[in-house]
Design a protein around this ligand. Structure first.
Ligand SMILES: *Cc1c(COP(=O)(O)O)cnc(C)c1O
Length: 412
């Protein structure tokens, strides 16, 4: 139905080698020998393209990075040890004390905590908005704003943004537009919609089987000859990288200003597992986004309180049909109204695995208020759409009918 045809070809062709070992080699070495001092000097000044040290780059990880960069039409990508590390890499590469962030969406708990608590300790302030507060978003952008950050789908509030409209606001203001596309890889291509940087937790559907923690940031090319927001005073820290690395400046900037000093490097084994996941990503996405719609419809028709944009009762159903025609990922939520009823459901389901992950081959479930959001106060929970009886479901590869039967039984 959604056919992700171009990716079906791309991933299997790029992951497998045409000569020698078909499966990608795992380079399990922390360091790399240079052979001669001249080559060592060349590696450090960038004129010799060979591995320097695994914190700064690893051949297995480099292969993963080139596949993900191509997937999104980026000039390059930097893989990291986790999804939070990708968000940290991308944001910290642009921010200094006194800067501001405008953050829009769900928001994933870790990202909310990063902006609201951790970055504020370093003098960086963030204002948060719901996806449809376009006027407030525009008005919040000041000359100190360095990033407009957006999640492609609210997790777990299931709100869908008008990505193009928000991209236009950021681009008109000359501010970097960053999208967390963890939930909708392949379905949504943020760089094509006007984003500058895309971040992923590859731990989720991109790997798909809970075998590897990882993340990736994808960067667009700098327009070296024409106008580019990174050439303005707002991003003066980047100018020296535009001089030295040209259109690849954002990659150099991220590696030299964050990866080198914070060291959130991906490991080769995780990069290998992630590539195996990518081989089947289009097939899994295609099946799961269809199953989510089938399950949401059946549970809704049976009187459960379901939140999914494919339902006509959802406030963004029209946007779902228009802008998210390839689905909005694996999630839906069930509001059981009380914690007691939610726990009863979770104790009765035989099919769902109870865990904080999403995007797995298996169907997963989690009570939100007692787990990921337990440290947030009522006001923040209200903003993020966390109610007492809220269960987040991540639909897996099982038969839709088996999921429906199990869930209706569990909800009795
Ligand atoms: C899981 C997740 C993250 C964080 O990824 P980790 O790999 O767990 O660090 C960030 N954003 C979203 C939308 C996520 O679902």
């Amino acid at each position: 139905m959604n056919n992700f045809e171009e990716y079906c070809t791309q991933f299997v062709q790029e992951v497998g080698n045409k000569e020698g070992a078909v499966s990608p080699a795992i380079t399990n070495s922390a360091s790399f020998a240079y052979g001669t001092p001249e080559i060592g000097e060349g590696i450090f000044d960038g004129s010799v393209k060979k591995p320097l040290y695994s914190r700064m780059g690893n051949p297995t990880t480099a292969k993963l990075e080139s596949i993900i960069a191509k997937m999104d039409g980026g000039i390059g990508a930097v893989a990291t040890s986790s999804g939070m590390a990708a968000t940290t890499l991308a944001t910290m590469s642009l921010l200094s004390a006194g800067d501001e962030v405008v953050s829009i969406g769900g928001l994933f708990g870790g990202t909310y905590a990063l902006f609201s608590e951790t970055l504020s300790r370093f003098g960086i302030s963030t204002t948060f908005f719901d996806v449809d507060e376009l006027v407030n978003i525009k008005n919040a952008i000041s000359n100190k704003t360095k990033i407009v950050f957006l999640e492609s789908v609210g997790n777990p509030n299931m709100r869908l943004p008008d990505i193009k409209a928000i991209a236009k606001i950021a681009n008109d203001a000359g501010v970097v537009f960053m999208v967390d596309n963890t939930i909708t890889p392949l379905s949504i291509s943020p760089l094509k919609l006007g984003a500058d940087i895309v971040v992923y937790s590859t731990t989720k559907i991109m790997s798909g089987n809970a075998s590897a923690l990882g993340g990736c940031a994808v960067f667009r090319a700098i327009n070296v000859d024409g106008a580019d927001k990174f050439k303005t005073d707002r991003y003066c820290d980047i100018h020296k990288f535009i001089k030295s690395a040209g259109k690849m400046a954002l990659i150099s900037n991220a590696k030299k200003r964050v990866m080198r000093d914070f060291g959130m490097s991906a490991n080769a084994n995780a990069s290998y597992q992630t590539m195996l996941g990518l081989e089947t990503l289009p097939l899994r996405m295609d099946r799961i986004v269809q199953t989510v719609e089938i399950v949401a419809k059946a549970l809704d028709a049976n009187g459960l309180n379901i939140n999914h944009p494919s339902l006509e009762s959802h406030p963004q159903n029209a946007r779902y049909k228009k802008d998210f025609s390839k689905g909005c990922g694996t999630l839906l939520t069930i509001d059981m109204r009380t914690k007691e009823k939610a726990f009863k459901f979770l104790n009765k389901t035989e099919l769902a695995t109870l865990t904080a992950n999403i995007g797995d081959s298996r169907t997963l479930a989690l009570h939100m208020a007692s787990t990921i959001y337990r440290d947030f106060d009522d006001e923040v929970k209200g903003f993020l759409g966390i109610t007492e009886g809220l269960i987040r479901i991540s639909i897996g590869l099982e038969s839709p009918q088996d999921i429906i039967t199990d869930f209706l039984e569990a909800a009795k």
